[in-house]
Design a protein around this ligand. Structure first.
Ligand code: GLP
Length: 242
């Protein structure tokens, strides 16, 4: 595992965007990016928009697969992850929107939607580079503590602490959906390369626990240490309990 220590979230975003940009430049043919939402990767998208524009680098050969989506929020809903991705990233680059995928949290049959999404990723050749954030309880995607490492894309009930942490994006905590569809740990681990971003003092306990290296389903991110190609980019605030 390659751990890169940086000063702040700006430097983390620059490093992450540089890595993604270099994969885009060196990949011949299609590149499949696994993408994440939340506050942490926002700066990475901004930097990648700037870099690709400056270099005239097209996203025509890129397909994107997001980790997760809330159940019951349409793409017009400002709190849906589809809305986040469109406004923070897709609307600013030349990617055809039909090459961008998220689980459909409005599907009538959610179990079928999970299976469809998993198969969609496989049929497209799998994910080349997966960008990840981490929840303060160690969740990745929406894989909460206790999720079996063997799970593929599935329906989850959000942990109370995740609902509280994500409430800042909603008018009121009661509006935070209680369910989501998420790629599973097994789906995430099939990515050829993983880039984990950790920023801010509210992630310091999670980073310290991550680095202590105990493999446990009670701390979902711990599985990443068993992946052969992981880069962790962590800023000073998140690393200060080491
Ligand atoms: C959400 C997302 C995760 C994300 C986490 C941390 O629960 N499903 O993918 O990593 O929040 O978000 P933030 O970066 O805003 O702290």
């Amino acid at each position: 595992m390659n751990v890169i220590y940086v000063k702040d979230s700006k430097e983390m975003s620059e490093k992450a965007a540089s890595l993604l940009f270099s994969r885009m430049k060196t990949t011949e043919g299609q590149l499949n990016l696994g993408l994440a939402t939340g506050g942490t990767p926002q700066g990475t998208y901004e930097e990648l928009i700037k870099k690709t524009r400056a270099a005239n680098q097209s996203f025509a050969q890129v397909k994107t697969f997001n980790l997760d989506e809330y159940v019951g929020l349409s793409e017009e809903n400002h709190q849906s992850y589809r809305y986040y991705m469109n406004t923070h990233f897709f609307n600013h680059i030349d990617i055809p929107i039909e090459q961008t995928f998220l689980p459909n949290g409005m599907a009538l049959n959610l179990e079928e939607e999970c299976a469809r999404y998993e198969q969609l990723i496989i049929d497209n050749g799998g994910i080349d580079v997966q960008l990840l954030g981490i929840g303060s309880n160690g969740h990745i995607g929406f894989n909460e503590p206790g999720t079996p490492f063997s799970e593929e894309t599935h329906l989850v009930k959000l942990a109370q602490e995740t609902k509280e942490a994500n409430a800042r994006y909603f008018n009121d905590q009661s509006e935070v959906p209680s369910q989501a569809i998420t790629m599973g740990i097994a789906s995430i681990m099939r990515a050829k390369e993983i880039v984990l971003l950790i920023s801010g003092e509210n992630k310091a306990d999670a980073f310290a626990k991550f680095m202590n290296g105990t493999l446990s389903e009670q701390f979902p991110a711990s599985i990443l240490e068993t992946h052969e190609n992981v880069t962790v980019i962590v800023d000073e605030a998140a690393a200060n309990k080491m």
